[in-house]
Design a protein around this ligand. Sequence first.
Ligand SMILES: Nc1ncnc2c1ncn2[C@@H]1O[C@H](COP(=O)(O)OP(=O)(O)OP(=O)(O)O)[C@@H](O)[C@H]1O
Ligand SMILES: O=P(O)(O)OC[C@H]1O[C@H](OP(=O)(O)OP(=O)(O)O)[C@H](O)[C@@H]1O
Ligand SMILES: O=C(O)c1cccnc1
Length: 492
Amino acid sequence: MRKEYPDDSLILHTDAYQVNMIETYWHDGIHNRKAVFELFFRKLPFGNGYGIFAGLERIIQYIQDFRFTDSDIEYLRDEFGYEEEFLAYLKGLKFTGKIRSMREGELVFGNETILQVDSTLAEAQLVETALLNIVNYQTLIATKASRIKQIIGSEQAMEFGTRRAQEMDAAIWGTRAAFIAGFSSTSNMRAGKLFGIPASGTHAHSMIQAYMDDYTAMKKYAESCVRRKNKAFIPLVDTYDTLRSGVPSAIKVAKEFEGRVKFDGIRLDSGDMAYLSKEARKMLDDAGFPDACIVASNDLDEYTIMNLKAQGAKINVWGIGTKLITAYDQPALGAVYKIVAIENEHGEMLDTIKISGNPEKVTTPGIKKLYRIINMINQRSEGDYIALDEENPNDEDHLKMFHPVHTYISKFVTNFEARDLHHDIFVDGQLVYELPDIFEIQKFALSNMDVLWDEYKRSLNPEEYPVDLSQKCWDNKIAVIQKVKEQVANLK
Ligand SMILES: Nc1ncnc2c1ncn2[C@@H]1O[C@H](COP(=O)(O)OP(=O)(O)OP(=O)(O)O)[C@@H](O)[C@H]1O
Ligand SMILES: O=P(O)(O)OC[C@H]1O[C@H](OP(=O)(O)OP(=O)(O)O)[C@H](O)[C@@H]1O
Ligand SMILES: O=C(O)c1cccnc1
C-alpha cells in the first residue's frame, strides 16, 4: 500500500528538477553562493497593451512558510533516496535572502523585472516554480479583468467565476486579482472572508424552479432579503419569460416590499440581452424604479460587452465568470525566472546570460533596477527604463531612451521623474513590507491607469509601450554576449 504523507507545507510545490539542482550545488559546495534571479514575461497576454501585476500576497505567505517539514523530508528520503546529510541540510533551510518586487496593482510590460530574488543559489533556485505559478496566474487574471473593466468603465463588474475556475485556489486568488484590477465584488464568500472583498450575489434559476413560478419565488426571496443586513433584492428574471413574467413579477414584489428591501435591480442571464435590457429598462422606469439596475450575466467578456454597449443595451452591472476566471482566450502567461548574476569562488558577482537563436529570448545580464519615467509636465509615462544597479537616472537631466532591439528608435526625455518600481519585500529573510489592504491595492491599480496614454489602453492593437535599456545596461549586454561567444569559439 502507498505510504501517505500529510499535506503540511508548500515547499515541495516545486519541480523535481529544482531539488535535483540543489543537491548538485550542495554536493559541490556552491549552494550558499549568492545568486540573483529575475522574474518577467516577454509578451503581454490577450494582445493587451499593459499588464497588471498580482500575486505578492501569496508570495509573501509562501516565503514565510518556506521550510521542509518532517513529512517532506520523509518523502524525499523514501522516494528519492537523497543522502541523510543533504536531507539534514534541507531540514534546516529557510529563506535568508532579499526579494524586491513591484507592488500589486502595478502596471507591468514585457521584458521587465516584476520581482528579483537575491539569495543563496539554493534558496533562489528552489522558489522558482512556486513564484512563477503564483505570478503567472494572478497577473494573467488581473490583466484580463482590467481589459474587461476598461470596456465597462465606471459601471460595476461582479466576479461570478468560482464554479468554472480551474479548481479552488484559482477561484480564490483569481477573484482577488480581478478585484485588484477594478471589479466591485466577488460571488465567493470565502474570498470575502479571507481578503475583505465585498461578497454579493443574486440567486439562481433553481430557486424560481423550486417554487414553480416567478412571483412566489421572488416574494419568498424578498422576505429573506428583509432578514439580511444589506436588504439587497435582485431577482433573476429570465427563467420562464423575461418580459411577460420575470420583470413584471420583480416589479410587483418590489412594490409590495417597498421600504423593506432595497430593490437594487434585476438580473438577465439569457436571450437577446440588448433587446431585453432595453425593454426591461422601460418597464422599470415606468413602474417608478429608475434607479434599479440591470445586471447581465452569461458568458460575458470584453468583446460581448463592447458589442452589447454598441447596441445600446441598458445594462449597468456586469456579472462575469468563466471567460475571466479561466482567462478563456489565453489560458497562460509565459513569465520566466532567469539567473542574471552569480558569485564566483572569489566572492565576486559575475553577470550571466542565456543566449538563444531567438533574439527575444536572450536575457539581459546583471543586477538591474526598473524605473518608470514620468514626464513631470503631463504626469504621463514616457516608458520604462531598465538600468544597472549602480545607475540612478534621477541624476541625469536629460535621459536618452532607445528601443532595445531597433536602437535607432530613440528619444531624449527632460523634466522627468524616474520612479523605482521595485520595493524591498524581504531583507535577510525577514518580511519588511506591509501589504496594503485590498481596497488600497485596487485604488493604486486604478490610479496607475492615469499615467498611461490612451494609445496603450485600447483593447485592439494598442501601441507598444517602450521598455528600454540604459546605455550602460545595453553595453553590458553586448559585452557579455561577446564574452560568451569568445568562450564558445575557444572550445576545441
Ligand atoms: N444582443 C446580444 N448581442 C451579442 N451577444 C449577445 C446578445 N445577447 C446575448 N448575447 C450573448 O450571446 C451568448 C448566447 O446567449 P444565449 O442566451 O443564447 O445563451 P445560452 O447559453 O444559449 O442560454 P442559456 O444560458 O439559457 O443556456 C451569450 O454569450 C450572451 O452573453
Ligand atoms: O457565464 P459566466 O460568465 O460563467 O457567469 C456565471 C454564470 O453562472 C451561472 O450560470 P449557471 O448555468 O451555472 O447557473 P444558473 O444559470 O442556473 O444560475 C450564472 O447564471 C451565469 O450565467
Ligand atoms: O450571484 C449571482 O447571480 C451568481 C453567482 C455566481 C454565478 N452566477 C451568478
